[in-house]
Write a protein that binds this ligand. Structure first.
Ligand SMILES: [Zn+2]
Length: 373
């Protein structure tokens, strides 16, 4: 059953747009459930596929495997959660300039549509293909109860994982930065702002500490490609509401990213030292930098289909790939051409969705079927 190229594009676009319509972000758990039902409807109708649902810390996920296969050769991994936009009306899409625009179109409802389509098509064409599919719903919140739970606690394994959630069409990710999300808190002594000598201002101390951090990380900059540690103050607040009062408490959040050979402990000590005494630090998320080892067959298939060299890239942001890569399982991270991720103008390029589908299809056939040309 060979699909025409137009037909395939139409299916991928329709499926992506249907997925975008469901506001499956963390603040809408009922829509996350609805999105899972939509996906299960697509997958369950395939002969010989067993769908297993999991739920850890209220985070649902699903694993679809051929009957009698516990460890697939290749596991396709996607997440259906998107970041939260304040207005639910934003969860819609439109097509312009050969792109689908809409929240989550690139991260990762467009790539998810490709995974669903390829999974269905290959399993319909070939019996007993050792190809699995896993869909989680907490990637944007760290992946602890999704991919980490499935691999670490359920014992999910595969020979190779494919996660189309980073890189680009000809850029295959080999390295991801580590992550530290910290909450920093400072306590002081409240007083009337006309008599500052009577108070001890935690907000000012926090601001000073944040600026020490900024200067220090500035000095860690090295090369042009930003492959050095970064630290961003992403929030700062105090419960104080009065303009003429010295607050008694202040807190902020920091988003720190760092490449190997830095590690979580080293980075945390570094930050503690610079923040100094009197500032409490709570780690919200921590992840070591990851080195991925993509399959060389995938690189050659990418070159063959696109007619261009496949480059090995580095990703500043972390993804679910880290939970798989750290088990020494090769992970392939690349995706169609996308842009303006996490913004209201997020987009995915339609023709490279098709090209990407063809790369996956050829790679999977060569990997899973004997002697496929
Ligand atoms: Zn993502």
């Amino acid at each position: 059953m060979i699909q025409s190229s137009k037909d395939l594009q139409r299916r991928l676009v329709a499926l992506t747009r249907d997925l975008i319509l469901i506001p499956s972000d963390a603040s809408h758990p009922e829509d996350i459930t609805r999105c899972f039902e939509f996906i299960i409807n697509h997958v369950e109708s395939i002969d010989n596929i067993t769908v297993k649902k999991y739920c850890h810390c209220d985070v649902p996920s699903l694993v679809a495997l051929p009957k009698n296969v516990r460890k697939p050769k290749v596991l396709l991994c996607g997440h259906l959660d998107v970041i939260t936009h304040s207005d639910v009306q934003r969860y819609r899409s439109h097509i312009a300039d050969g792109r689908i625009y809409g929240p989550g179109s690139a991260d990762m409802k467009g790539p998810l549509a490709i995974l669903l389509e390829i999974f269905r098509n290959l399993h319909t064409q070939y019996e007993n293909l050792p190809l699995g599919l896993v869909i989680t719903s907490d990637e944007e919140r760290g992946g602890e109860s999704g991919i980490r739970f499935l691999f670490d606690e359920i014992g999910l394994r595969c020979d190779v994982a494919m996660i189309p959630d980073g890189g680009s069409l000809n850029e295959i990710i080999v390295e991801e930065k580590g992550i530290l999300h910290l909450k920093i808190q400072c306590h002081g002594h409240s007083a009337h702002a006309a008599r500052p000598w009577l108070g001890n201002n935690p907000l000012e101390r926090l601001v000073d500490a944040a600026s020490r951090l900024r200067n220090n990380f500035e000095s860690l900059k090295q090369d042009e490609d930003h492959w050095y540690p970064t630290c961003v103050l992403t929030n700062i607040r105090t419960p104080n509401q009065s303009i003429n009062r010295i607050p008694s408490e202040a807190e902020g959040t920091l988003d720190i990213r760092f490449p190997a050979p830095y590690n979580v402990n080293e980075m945390l000590n570094h930050v503690c030292k610079i923040l100094g005494e009197g500032i409490d630090i709570h780690t919200l998320i921590s992840a070591e930098p990851t080195r991925l080892s993509p399959d060389s067959l995938y690189l050659s298939v990418t070159e063959e289909i696109t007619g261009k060299p496949a480059n090995l890239g580095k990703e500043d942001g972390g993804s679910d790939a880290r939970f798989v890569g750290r088990l020494n399982i090769p992970v392939i991270v690349s995706r169609p051409i996308v842009g303006e991720l996490h913004s209201e103008r997020e987009w995915i390029d339609i023709s490279t969705m098709e090209t990407f589908y063809c790369i996956y299809e050829l790679y999977l056939k060569r990997k899973l079927l004997k002697r496929e040309k």
